[in-house]
Design a protein around this ligand. Sequence first.
Ligand code: ASP
Ligand code: MG
Length: 478
Amino acid sequence: MKIVVMKFGGTSVEDAAAIQRTSEIVAGRRAKGLAPVVIVSAMSKVTDQLLAAANAAERGDGAGALAISARLRHRHLETARALLSGAALQDTSSWLEQQFQSLDDLLRGLAAVQELTPRTSDLVVSHGERLSSRIIAEFFAQRDLDGAHVDARACIVTDAQHGRAMPLELETEQNLARHVHPLLAQKKIPVLGGFIAATAEGITTTLGRGGSDFTGALVGRGLDASAIEIWTDVNGIMTTDPRVCADALRVKAISFEEAAELAYFGAKVLHPATILPAVQKNIPVWVLNSKNPENGGTLITAQAPHSRNPFKSIAIKRKLTIIDIVAGRMLMTHGYMRAIFEVFDRHKCPVDMVSTSEVSVSLTVDSNERLPQIAADLGKLADVKYEGRKALICMVGENIRGQSGIAAQVFTAIRHVNVRMISQGASEINMSFMLEESDVEEAVRALHAYFFQDPDPEIFDVAARDANAARLETAQKN
Ligand code: ASP
Ligand code: MG
């Protein structure tokens, strides 16, 4: 049995039409003889709205919280009505009513005590995936797909770090064997909500925002899947943001390591943590577009396929702040870096990039409201300056490993812009540099033009770009 884990994001299940499309995609995999296991997100924006309801309740605005819940109830019931009929519709509708009654009770309770713990917040937001997965499973069952709902909380076991819980591998694997395998043996299609999990004691937890990708990878690993498909609403990983650079190309194949670097540096296609469980078992991950299922997407594998271009993709991260720390008196002492990093640690502020000289350290962080306090604390150790509105360009590619002359090419391509800070990570597959936010788009276009003027057709979707250019040309002639 070749298992394929298919994860569908919020926009792939946003309404009845999207769920219908999703079911066609699943049916297509099954027709190829594969055994799909389906992981779904909450319907688009539902997690945000549940959080907003929880926050309103915490402020004591019970009426506001219940109004949000009422809109969600309406949306889910409407979707069920559009997809289901007969007894399935009746059962699902009354189940939905019950769920919303208990959600409303919960919100009223929160509004009464005006207190929201991470644990209760998880319980509130978990409704998104609990509802979507049940509706979708019912719909799969109704249309010739043998859908079977599995509560992900009975499968994914985590620690008790609410809002960002970490999975326990062994327990999760055992539960998947117990709850999912028998369904596959009966030729059913298990449907689970992503993002939600539970502690060993059965307390609901969540895996962090965007965590459904993580669920996909965990289930893929646990079931030893032959592939994991992340269905989203873009064509895959691109050579750069197409809004910045109109001739960005789809990257057909990329390594896990490259994809992880890109995800970290703000390419929003994939949750970086997705990478890990899949990497450990060498499971290929596909990023695919549910609104354009014929498109080949991006394949992510442990080993990088060879490309004649040095880079695979250029990512941009905006809204950064650079912090310059200069400490002449610390010259040649040890323990200095530790003291600096302790300050960031105390303020729970992650550092993106570091560059040092004998007497100075420059760091970049996401713009953060704690910066004045951080600077004040650092000021006890050294002279500190910080400056916002910076952006980072991160160029990723396995083929820069050990190649000389690449840096010279990069900085020649952008010789007209002022670069503030440079770093080539230990991974040797990325080159990052920081510049003014106002210069970043132009710099990316210059770099893209230089490094992708002759893209390797094995790695980049050159055909799509050519077809696009031809279309434009005819449009201009007419
Ligand atoms: N629904 C969750 C979120 O919006 C998880 C996910 O969609 O991946 O963050
Ligand atoms: Mg997502």
